[in-house]
Design a protein around this ligand. Sequence first.
Ligand SMILES: Cc1cc2nc3c(=O)[nH]c(=O)nc-3n(C[C@H](O)[C@H](O)[C@H](O)COP(=O)(O)OP(=O)(O)OC[C@H]3O[C@@H](n4cnc5c(N)ncnc54)[C@H](O)[C@@H]3O)c2cc1C
Length: 435
Amino acid sequence: MSTPADYYDLNRIRPEVLAVLNRINEMGPTFAERAFAIDEAASFPVENYRDLAAEGLMTLTVPEEYGGHGFSLGEYAMVGAEIGKYCGATALTFNMHNSTMMWARFMYEMPHLTETERAAFAPLRERQFRRAVKEQGIYSQPISEAGQNWTSKPAQTQCRRVEGGWKINGFKKFASLAGYCDYYSIVCTEVFDGQDPRHEDTMNFIVHKDAVGLSVQGDWDPLGMRGTNSRDLVLKDVFVTEDDLMMPPGIFIKTLPNYPHMMATLTPTYMGVAQSAFDFTVAYLRGEVPGHPPIDRRMFTTKRLAVSKMYARLAPVRALWWQAFMEADAFPSQAQVLRMYAAQYNVMEAAQEIAALAIRTCGGQSMLKSLPLERIYRDSRCGALMLPYTSEIMEDYMSVLTLYDVDEFDDAPGDEHGARTSLWRGAAEMPLAAE
Ligand SMILES: Cc1cc2nc3c(=O)[nH]c(=O)nc-3n(C[C@H](O)[C@H](O)[C@H](O)COP(=O)(O)OP(=O)(O)OC[C@H]3O[C@@H](n4cnc5c(N)ncnc54)[C@H](O)[C@@H]3O)c2cc1C
């Protein structure tokens, strides 16, 4: 499966990005080999991270002035999708690390920040970039809190002012990399006496893994993406200071709604998973899967048709997804947001459809645990349910964006307590404040 990323127009990819894509495809077979044991034990791809760090690939989106690669969101996404071909759990956790770096990079660069805000932001993000570059620090991004869409209510993890800083209390569900990262990017709400928690008071702190009061709890024995090690994170009176802020207060809420592509970064992983299901099927039918008898199954018309069907599903999804990510930027147009929603939806749905077809087409022996397809199948099932852009929520958002004008969005019929808060609402300063 060590193939170049030739499903893209390679002429449109910068040479330094192409070099990374090629390097991932050289490293990939080792990741794929390790994926069996990681999946079996639901452990963490520690060695893959060591290899990625040794190649200097933990700083893809860190600006060049701090020693990073300075890749755009779309360029990072292509790398994530190549990793996802070999080990979904590595790609998904790698995304949490890169998302943290991207927030620090792109939220700072957004055009509507004032000079004062930028001046306060600069030393905070520099601190994190230096850690990522010099210490090769690994960052996680546990936002989910279980049983609620984290963009629909102020985060229930809360911080409160104390002398010299804040104390954080709360709980994060599905904290991928829990126990394996160096830093946790904690999104929480600052609370004040006599006032209900508000979106405007969302804060983002970077908490060191050994901070007093921080603990990783619970079991981790899921259907798929087992190597993400997404256990529970409990924060009890965790003390943080202004230096631990990832960005100044107010910036998170001011920027995130105006860069909605930043919440679509789970898709590179599943783009890769979909590709791996297809690649496996082709290799299997040709009798070229290592460790499996070289049986040629290409003579069956029905199998050939199924492969065509898989390719016909995969190719347009790749094209749409690529366009959506290559045009990703702050303050997108409505058409760009709609394309991104459609790409998110299609990737998450197509990954599982293609993996299911792969199992059906390859047949009985392909389900054996000695081959990667059954893991790919299980991993592929996990994407559509990941908040904030689940497939159901994307169906709702696409309907609103196609059928209503921006000034009608808030009146568009929807479920009470629905997931509309993360819906893009045009170039607004603080759309979440209305909640
Ligand atoms: C392998 C894996 C790794 C993950 N890693 C991370 C991570 O590193 N960081 C992180 O933050 N999260 C992570 N997640 C969590 C993920 O993004 C979701 O938050 C989580 O799967 C939601 O599950 P739930 O059962 O808590 O919520 P669900 O019950 O699925 O949804 C929670 C709430 O969202 C709202 N909601 C959901 N669907 C709709 C709808 N159709 N319409 C209206 N409202 C809706 C409702 O309020 C609902 O109660 C991970 C998940 C998986 C499976």
